[in-house]
Design a protein around this ligand. Structure first.
Ligand code: GAP
Length: 449
């Protein structure tokens, strides 16, 4: 983590620069829900694209899909979520604050949902008042499908995208005529009625997940598990995360979810301490067996090599986009002294930066407008870019640094004579002059190679 980043600074930057807003803010907001602004949606899309490229596009053993959020409710009976996707909740009888019992100091280190707090805390950590007995609280949001609100029309907003993949396993296998190992990847919304949402966008009630269910032959699962742990850890480093801020931790047995034989977490050193970015679980054949049992459908795989019917094991790398968004921002945040002023800079990897190029005429002088607009027209065909002519050039560089724009292109009075512009690099602040005719090639060299 950058020692200069705090959650308060991040929240303020995100609001000021249009990255993240509190949902329905004009009505006082709603806890656990956030809106992504013009720059936020770019960064979020870039994270998703970088993931999709690494796990689908660049591999020959993973395909994509996009399942519906609302599914047949029996899915959640089969998956175990109706019975076990619950957290222990306690209330303070004095100050009325609500806590997750398993998160109170002194409680068991149970981060996976569905765990009972083994060691009980009886006093409120805020006011010392007496706490209620823990009550289990199911985290799934309930809704009704169709006009009648009765038990038969109850449905749930999915708490993980994973189940949409398990129920499509046979469809995808048949449609793609693939053999094991085969991964199915999906990005989409998930919903959890968290008891204590918080730490900005770290724990939300609505969030995006990026999940892969990687189906393998039983017996090869442990080897594939190691493969995915390495693969996913290295992805964060390739996208510029500082090594000292990312670690892999194997969960203890009492931390495992009900379906997992073994789980590793990729953790990030957030301002509030080491916390999970992504879980990489060995889900065994739990889900396919349960869905076969509840649906009555054959979800086995015929292994042509051995002539046997098998139920594949599953390795599941599962990451939350919003959490990664926060971690990438914290990691990139820096402050440095430049000519007696503090420069706030997001040292984001170029693939993640919301705006790749800012086009800046030196001034609003009439003569500079046509060439500056022409340059912008050339640039924006290739990259997400911004045109900014308000205030001094120094101020505009600072504004772009603060949102991580890797390159600025400045049009000045010499441009009118020599048909050249200046490229200014975010981190080094170095400037080079290039002819407009060679601008796209020069930017491409810096942004894509
Ligand atoms: N399918 C497995 C699964 O959902 P999980 O550990 O509960 O496992 C996976 O969630 C990832 O989803 C987490 O590592 C985290 O990045 C993200 N995530 C989970 N709950 C979240 C929440 N309430 N807010 C934001 N992200 C969350």
């Amino acid at each position: 983590m950058s020692t200069k980043a705090t959650v308060e600074k991040l929240v303020s930057l995100c609001k000021r620069r249009g990255l993240v807003f509190q949902s329905s803010e004009i009505y006082g907001g709603i806890a656990g829900f956030w809106d992504y602004g013009p720059l936020g949606v770019e960064l979020k899309n870039n994270i998703k694209q970088a993931w999709w490229r690494a796990v689908v596009q660049e591999r020959d053993d993973v395909v994509g899909q996009d399942a519906a959020i609302v599914m047949n409710p029996t899915v959640w009976r089969a998956s175990g979520h109706l019975d076990t996707f619950a957290d222990p909740m306690v209330d303070c009888k004095e100050c009325k604050k609500r806590f997750r019992a398993d998160e109170l100091v002194g409680a068991a280190p149970a981060s996976a949902h569905g765990h009972e707090a083994a060691a009980k805390v009886t006093r409120c950590p805020e006011c010392g008042g007496e706490l209620t007995e823990p009550r289990m609280f199911n985290l799934m949001f309930k809704t009704y499908v169709g006009p009648v609100e009765d038990d038969a029309s109850v449905a749930y907003l999915r708490p993980e995208t994973a189940q949409g993949i398990f129920v499509n396993f046979a469809n995808v296998l048949t449609a793609t005529r693939r053999k094991l190992p085969l991964g199915i990847a999906q990005i989409g919304k998930a919903f959890r009625n968290e008891i204590t949402p918080g730490n900005f966008i770290f724990r939300d009630r609505e969030f995006d997940q990026m999940e892969i269910e990687y189906f393998v032959k039983p017996g090869t699962d442990e080897q594939w598990h190691q493969h995915w742990v390495e693969e996913r850890y290295n992805w964060y480093l390739r996208l510029g995360m500082q090594k000292e801020n990312v670690r892999v931790r194997q969960l203890d047995r009492d931390e495992l979810a009900h379906y997992a034989k073994d789980t590793y977490e990729v953790e990030y050193l957030f301002p509030m301490g080491w916390s999970e970015l992504e879980g990489i679980a060995n889900r065994t054949d739990f889900d396919l067996r349960r869905h076969a049992e509840f649906s009555g459908r054959d979800l086995e795989y015929f292994d042509e090599e051995t002539g046997e019917h098998i139920v594949p094991f599953v390795i599941e790398p599962s990451a939350g986009v919003d959490r990664l968004f926060m971690a990438f921002l914290i990691d990139a945040y820096d402050e440095e002294e430049v000519r007696g002023e503090t420069r706030v800079i997001l040292r984001l990897h170029k693939d993640l930066a919301p705006i790749k190029v800012a086009v800046l005429p030196l001034s609003r002088q009439e003569k500079l407008v046509p060439p500056a607009r022409e340059v912008w027209a050339i640039v924006r065909k290739h990259w997400m870019s911004q045109y900014d002519d308000a205030q001094s050039i120094g101020r505009r560089y600072r504004r772009q640094d603060e949102v991580g724009t890797p390159l600025c292109v400045t049009i000045d009075f010499d441009t009118l004579e020599d048909q050249a512009v200046t490229i200014r690099e975010r981190d080094s602040m170095e400037q080079v002059r290039v002819p407009i005719a060679g601008l796209v090639a020069a930017l491409r060299e810096r942004l894509e190679e």
